[in-house]
Design a protein around this ligand. Sequence first.
Ligand SMILES: NC(=O)c1ccc[n+]([C@@H]2O[C@H](COP(=O)([O-])OP(=O)(O)OC[C@H]3O[C@@H](n4cnc5c(N)ncnc54)[C@H](OP(=O)(O)O)[C@@H]3O)[C@@H](O)[C@H]2O)c1
Length: 343
Amino acid sequence: MTSAQQQRRAILTRQQDGTYRLTLEQAAVPAPAEHEVLVRVRAASLNRRDVYVLKGQYPMPPRASLVPLSDGAGEVVAVGRGVTRFKPGERVAAIFFQRWIEGRPSAETHGSALGGQLDGMLSEYVCLSEQGLVGIPHGYSYEEASTLPCAAVTAWNGLVTRGRMQPGDNVLILGTGGVSIFGLQFAAAAGARPIVTSSADAKLAHAKQLGAAATINYRDTPEWSGAVRAATAGLGVHQVLEVGGAGTLAQSIASLAPGGHIALIGGLAGFGGDIPAMALLHANATASGIYVGSRADFEAMNAFIERHRIRPVIDRLYTLDEAQAAYQRIEAGEHFGKVVITL
Ligand SMILES: NC(=O)c1ccc[n+]([C@@H]2O[C@H](COP(=O)([O-])OP(=O)(O)OC[C@H]3O[C@@H](n4cnc5c(N)ncnc54)[C@H](OP(=O)(O)O)[C@@H]3O)[C@@H](O)[C@H]2O)c1
């Protein structure tokens, strides 16, 4: 009898205090079942969510162990019976919600997130449904493609699918993390006017190089909605990528132009915050809850990325052995753009 081929992968094991411990292990390479695809993962990227999962702070039912990270890209190496969407040799990325293909999410969508309720991508080999993958943009590396499934699709859904961003829109981008830098790049490529906040002047200088029309240091100017108005000739912004939550929402709403849209995405400054219904009503404004997006969002975004030659901004590359350090880099908030682990 021949032993099954082995691979290396990361595993999170639940501890008594509800947090998880990250270790590396050897495991058998899975075989693709009917309608499944075996992918040799070449790169995976981290999101703030992955830190929340590690610390047991992510809203999901506890698991004894799981493979972390929703985001990864690699090469198809084998397909199961009945697979028609992919062939061996094709370059693919996983979609965040394995069961959200297009249109509205369904009752099944929430339970289908990789690196959470389903095992994720920090593994040399993964088997996924052929429906849970997309082809990666032509001419892009696995490292670049690995940054797209969560952060980029979230920014796309917030600004384009739900926000209907138009050329000339003033677009407020909070901070310089993963979601925000994609938002900045999409807004600049669409002919909108991105306005970026950050705690660091060096990061704001980098944001300018990526097309920011105006920048604001939110440490120096804690009540930054006035600076946003000043940067928009008093009008305010048509779009906000709201990743800050409780600590930023009031300033974001105070920054809105009449008819503006605010995409409620994150909680970097504490999840939650009050929605002042009357202020939204008076401004004819819209607030949307955004939870990543569908496969159709991902495919539309890939076409845009290819057309505009948008290169994902990679902050730093780590190896699988350095996975812990990659988590620490995100947790410290030192990064600009995306942190990637190569496999
Ligand atoms: N709803 C969804 O589908 C979805 C999807 C992805 C992410 N999220 C959420 O969105 C948030 C961002 O995720 P991410 O992965 O992009 O995070 P990230 O890469 O870790 O972003 C970190 C950056 O956030 C900025 N930041 C921190 N506090 C801030 C504040 N008070 N005001 C403005 N910026 C602040 C900092 O930018 P500077 O260093 O420039 O100051 C920091 O570098 C997280 O809360 C995450 O859980 C939600």
